[in-house]
Design a protein around this ligand. Structure first.
Ligand code: SF4
Length: 341
């Protein structure tokens, strides 16, 4: 049995044409039923005629994912724990805003990147998620959210998306296809810790998505300490890839910079960051670290965060201080899963 959620709309169409003897376009009708109308039962796809539905039932299945636990913070941010078919668990977060509801999607069970400020990194990589498991996170979270539609997707949950490139590419295709989940590429953001060659590949493959790069330091000495990926792709190499991506796609890149008190939040850091990003079309998101039990880093106060931002603004950059939502529910990466364990 082929799980239809593992396939992109074009792949469903090819399957229907080549293996089920249907006319081209019939499979797209199946994709619209499944992804746009969220009909997860082949019998209930009444837009398709009965013989076609029976044929599909003989070859295809539609998987589902259960939410095992949810924790809501006072600000409405809700952390979700999904249980996978093999018993592993992954996390998601629903983040409400005044005019949006953002879903944070995981791309791997665990993560190989080992960032020093992240609980997921401490447990290592267990396995990659499939495209269907990512699509299923969306379905489960959208069901959980009820009337309120999910308006944005960020690939910022457990895992390094560019470390699971092929599955993530397929998920993005399904998410942004009008016969798939139908999101604008501007509303789907992939966040990477800095796998420079894969950033370039993303540009070369013309994958329509918004890119965010988690930078968090302005010198290799500091970045080496919190992000081991920097040893493979130091800041200079990473910036080369970011510039390449910007030039090749014409898109603005989001630079994520998490402030750790007394570690990477000085005026000198802000000045160096300004220089690093000179000529890069980007928006700088400044976040204040969310400490978790046992973390060695501390959260700076808001005044420091705004002073840091103001220095960037003075140098002509676009920079905003983002609120860390859900501080009271362990909303940083990997924390609910760690609590589950
Ligand atoms: Fe992996 Fe992201 Fe955690 Fe780094 S912050 S270890 S990339 S999950």
């Amino acid at each position: 049995m082929i799980d239809l959620k593992e396939l992109t709309p074009d792949e469903i169409d090819r399957l229907c044409a080549h293996e089920l003897g249907q006319k081209p376009g019939q499979g797209h009708r199946v994709a619209i039923q499944l992804f746009r109308k969220r009909v997860e039962d082949l019998d209930a796809m009444t837009d398709l005629n009965r013989p076609f539905r029976e044929l599909l039932k003989g070859h295809c299945a539609i998987s589902q994912l259960a939410i095992e636990r949810s924790d809501a913070a006072d600000d409405g941010t809700t952390k979700l724990l999904y249980r996978l078919g093999d018993g592993n668990s992954i996390e998601g977060v629903l983040i409400p805003g005044p005019d949006r509801l953002t879903l944070c999607v995981s791309t791997q069970v665990g993560c190989a990147s080992g960032c020093g400020f992240c609980l997921t990194g401490a447990s290592g990589l267990i396995r990659n998620l499939t495209p269907g498991e990512m699509v299923n996170q969306f379905f489960a979270a959208a069901r959980f959210a009820g009337e309120r539609p999910v308006t944005n997707i960020v690939l910022m949950g457990t895992g390094e998306p560019l470390g699971n490139y092929d599955a993530v590419r397929k998920f993005i295709q399904t998410a942004t296809d009008r016969r798939g989940l139908g999101f604008s590429p501007k509303k789907v953001t992939l966040s990477t810790c800095g796998l420079a060659p894969m950033i370039e590949r993303l540009a070369d493959d013309t994958i329509a998505v918004s890119l965010a790069v988690s930078l968090n330091a302005t010198t290799d000495a500091i970045r080496d300490r919190i992000m081991p990926v920097n040893k493979a792709y130091p800041i200079g190499r990473l910036m080369e890839a970011v510039r390449y991506y910007g030039e090749k796609t014409g898109r603005s890149v989001t630079i994520e910079y998490v402030l750790f008190k007394g570690f990477n939040d000085s005026d000198e850091d802000a000045a160096r960051l300004g220089v690093l990003l000179q000529g890069v079309t980007c928006m700088i998101n400044i976040l204040m670290f969310n400490p978790f039990p046992g973390s060695v880093y501390e959260r700076p106060d808001e005044e420091r965060a705004y002073a840091f931002r103001n220095l960037l603004l003075k140098n002509g950059h676009v920079a905003v201080v983002r609120n860390s939502m859900g501080r009271d529910i362990l909303a940083a990466c990997g924390q609910l899963r760690a609590a589950d364990k």
